[in-house]
Design a protein around this ligand. Sequence first.
Ligand SMILES: NC(=O)c1ccc[n+]([C@@H]2O[C@H](COP(=O)([O-])OP(=O)(O)OC[C@H]3O[C@@H](n4cnc5c(N)ncnc54)[C@H](OP(=O)(O)O)[C@@H]3O)[C@@H](O)[C@H]2O)c1
Length: 275
Amino acid sequence: MKIALIGLGTTGRIVAEYLLKEQVLTMVLCKKSSNKAGKDLGEILHRPATGIIVESIDNLEEKLLRERPDVLIDFSQPVFLRENLALLARCKVNVVTAVTGYSEMDVKRIKAVTRSGKLGVVMAPNITYGVNVLLAIAGIVAELQVDCDFEIIEENHKNKKDSPSGTAKKIAAAVLTSLSDSGGCVDAIPIHSIRSGDTIGKHKILVTGQYDQIEISHTAFSREAYAEGAHKAALFIKGKKGIYEMKDVFGLGMSKCKSVINKINKLNSGQCCCG
Ligand SMILES: NC(=O)c1ccc[n+]([C@@H]2O[C@H](COP(=O)([O-])OP(=O)(O)OC[C@H]3O[C@@H](n4cnc5c(N)ncnc54)[C@H](OP(=O)(O)O)[C@@H]3O)[C@@H](O)[C@H]2O)c1
């Protein structure tokens, strides 16, 4: 497995450390005219030399064809994939993009390229296992609590560029889908965003009824959770074509949620749900 990484910011550096430990990182890219180009990755990570020299994305095609990574993990900004999607398809380099803040037009283009069978992409605005379990739970709770008010509160570090977070938007979409499948009629789920300090990522869903309230929350303690998710997604997308989400990577799709709901129904009807 050969992984290339683009983006050595707050999160990308942690991802680089993790991939080095897993011995799968073979190429690190940075934006044109970045002062990181030409330096050993170890110098940027404040550790001994790694032998991996960070390269700028000038002449990217030539560099990818030389190194031939199986997958590129992207922790940069939306502009990178916007400008290099066709080139990555030509070079047959699949992508895990953890980047948030893509426009609807960006997503349409990515879908079109993957549908034409030229590229495999994991779109991962929510890359940790814990957040994906939260998303699944949000869908289940919305199915069971159709008449409640749903609100999302998210907190992230003060330098985060997009607001609300990609994860908060995904939670809202999961709740809306479940509500409309269960006969609810809500147009939008309010999202409240807080940007302060170095908060790594907190998402809370408030489900408020007439007499009580449920709170479901996820807090990331370490950015290594992002690195672990990105590595899993890269292993998953190697050699595949098409567009996927992290729920596909983690096996948390509809059938898993339905099986949980079936278990709850069995418990409620007094039947044993083991076995
Ligand atoms: N999916 C998730 O669960 C998850 C988790 C964490 C972060 N993220 C997302 O990952 C992205 C990066 O987050 P971060 O906190 O690490 O941000 P950051 O600290 O601002 O780092 C961004 C990195 O991207 C590079 N970059 C900027 N423009 C570029 C371009 N045009 N081409 C190539 N590289 C470019 C920057 O290079 P310089 O350093 O040279 O300026 C920097 O290394 C954001 O979209 C964030 O929302 C997602």
